[in-house]
Design a protein around this ligand. Sequence first.
Ligand code: NAP
Length: 508
Amino acid sequence: MLDFRNEPFTDFSTPANRQAMEAALAKVGSEFGREYDLRLAGEPLKTPDKLKSVNPSRPSEIVGIHQKATPAMASKAIGAAHAFFPEWSRTDPAVRVAMLRRVAQSIRSRKLEFDAWLVYEAGKTWPEAEADVCEAIDFCEYYALEMERLSGPQPVSQLPGEKGELRYIPLGVGLIIPPWNFPLAIMAGMTAAALVTGNTVVLKPSSETPTIAAKFAEVLLEAGFPERSFCLLIGSGSAIGDLLVEHPKTRFVAFTGSRDVGLRINELAARHQKGQVWIKRVIAEMGGKDAIVVDADCDLDQAVEGVAVSAFGYQGQKCSACSRAIVDAKVYEPFLEKLQARVAGIRMGAAEDPSNYMGPVISDSARKSILNYIEVGKGEGRLLTGGSAQDSDGYFVRPTVIADVEPSAKIFQEAVSKAGSFEQALEMANDSQYGLTGAVYSNNPEHIRQARERFFVGNLYLNRKCTGAMVGAHPFGGFNLSGTDSKAGGPDYLLLFLQAKSIAEKIG
Ligand code: NAP
């Protein structure tokens, strides 16, 4: 059992913490519009083509200006990471572990500042930003502990006349491609896992959240990670992604993002390139259409609360978000009545205002595509609440619930549907190409047993919301087209970044 404890969340209900957060927001706001360099093997670089990241609550505000890497730079980054790999892979794991603990400590000491960057660049409300930052700290601490476990001798049976050994060694250059929705936690987690296991890294963050990545790179350097151990490449995935994935010196790709991009990466990585002497490994964590099943015998108020926070926390943009509620016919109408009242009471507005529960969605294109989807839903079901954009500059979409949707509808994966029995509800929940998270609200022990056995998701929650996985307690990753089930924050994760070497020496 690891001696691991999750980072406690800052309590923003205390006046002192609120004031400290206001001060952090002011400090970060005063840094808006700053220009950040690319980092290519320690070399800071500027390029003529800039990427401007904006505040989704007020898109006229430029949060940071970044350099778009050229394809030649992307290729150079992989080459540089490959050149430093032999030296980095031979560092004492204890040294790398100590560096990672310093990363955790550094983020901890600048927690509210990181919270503020997440509020402004990702549109996270204070508690959502805090959860993201705490998770980043947790990943660093957890993987540091895990590396201590894995860098020691591993158990193998001993044959007479031989000394047997099994040790884990790193893979090579890792390409790290995170999404924007957990722009610190997932980026830091995948990068930390790759570096602490002795791999060198080319980090290509999401184009929506490059400033948070630039801040994280500063922390890596402060913590002692050598300049040559990682490259930070800003630039759109469509412009440099294929080149990075296909490069013959790329040894593995750790990706978290959408299904289509993940499948493309998997396909390209599988193709052998001239000069490539390995089979590339792909760790891909992708989307979900996560369902909450509401049984006839359950605490209906708890179920309504669980659905509301799982569906609308961070504007429903978490991969674990509840997009479908499947409700037993016996409690369907009272459930809808309570849900409508609960959701209609959600306050939405600028993410930096702590009285808002919901902030903006990440971008104008996200807003447009959600609104298009809502229009389809209005034709296929009954609009209970929401259904439109908020009339303001920010990328706001009102919390929307569509009910009475048949399993055959296009919008079935995003709505409230009625089930005739618990068995049918489970079937409907499993009727998806994904299998990331799911929850069941029920007081019926037999139904809970059936859910444990048959609900096909990587992360199943019983009588609680389906978001908010905690590092160490809820290793995270999904089935089917939700990805390779990497179980981030769990005991299997670092092994994905390592290969095992068996050594047998004849003795006597
Ligand atoms: P996305 O569009 O797939 O982008 C993810 C990352 O891939 C970004 O860094 C993006 O860069 C990059 N990218 C885009 N095209 C690429 C290409 N051809 N080659 C290489 N990289 C490429 O996903 P997203 O919108 O950022 O993230 C939201 C998605 O992530 C949702 O589907 C969500 O469910 C999923 N997600 C899953 C998990 C999980 O653990 N399963 C966790 C969080 C999020 P650019 O931004 O520059 O295009």
